[in-house]
Design a protein around this ligand. Structure first.
Ligand SMILES: C[S@@+](CC[C@H](N)C(=O)[O-])C[C@H]1O[C@@H](n2cnc3c(N)ncnc32)[C@H](O)[C@@H]1O
Length: 223
């Protein structure tokens, strides 16, 4: 089996085990970035939003107050939790690395803390799925681990900028300019940092996240 497939399967069972055992891992309050993204989507006339790696709906619940939200999530347990927590959103089980049956073009994508989970090959695959789903002129709002995070550089280096920063936890820490490389033809609307505290096994942990918002160009410009 190719290395990327093994990684993806290991990640899928990791998330399934966690959601099955811990339920709503990060609680019910949305990330502040959900309100920030909503304001941007509103000002851009966005009506439909796709959330890749939607989890149990922690952030879709805030977005679905205002937008028509669909999500794709690998963990069956998370999808089940999301159906109770955020029944307005249409969250389906599947992989964000491949096209999904019945998917529709959307005006906006909210991709929160997902893309840094993958090695380079799969980051490229996810970026391609986002580019395919987003209509030209649509808005991508993305957050990911930043190279300013304390864990950047800790543990074994798997690839440039990608570290096994804790036992069993690999992440890519994005440097300035890397998202633009992943999304050629996108016009940057906003680049910022936020520090977010989330509950974990050892109590609250602060993460330094990059926020990257950009407008999709024509599909031919992206390929
Ligand atoms: C760090 S969590 C972020 C959760 C979510 N974005 C939120 O707003 O709460 C990463 C999520 O991505 C999901 N995920 C990981 N790999 C995936 C894949 N290949 N396809 C779909 N979802 C995936 C995990 O199951 C998990 O729910």
């Amino acid at each position: 089996m190719p290395e990327d497939n093994q990684e993806a399967e290991a990640a899928a069972s990791y998330w399934e085990r966690r959601f099955a055992a811990e339920g709503m891992i990060w609680g019910g309050a949305p990330s502040p970035t959900a309100a920030h993204a909503s304001a941007l989507f509103r000002s851009e006339g966005v009506r439909t939003v796709w959330v890749p790696g939607a989890g149990y709906g922690r952030n879709t619940k805030a977005l679905s107050e205002e937008f028509q939200v669909s999500g794709t999530e690998i963990s069956a347990s998370a999808v089940e939790l999301a159906r109770d927590w955020d029944p307005r959103s249409d969250i389906r089980q599947g992989s964000i690395l491949e096209p999904q049956e019945g998917e529709r073009e959307v005006d906006g994508v909210f991709c929160y803390d997902v893309i840094h989970l993958f090695l380079a090959g799969d980051r490229g695959r996810l970026a391609r799925q986002i580019r395919r789903r987003l209509r030209p002129g649509g808005v991508l709002y993305l957050t990911c681990f930043s190279d300013e995070d304390v864990n950047c550089g800790r543990g074994e280096q798997r690839e440039p900028g990608t570290f096994v920063y804790k036992p069993g936890k690999t992440a890519h820490f994005f440097a300035f300019g890397e998202l633009q490389e992943l999304f050629p033809g996108f016009e940057v609307m906003e680049e910022a940092h936020i520090t977010e505290a989330l509950p974990g096994p050892e109590g609250l942990h602060s993460y330094r996240l990059r926020i990257w918002a950009a407008r999709a160009g024509s599909r031919s410009a992206a390929e």
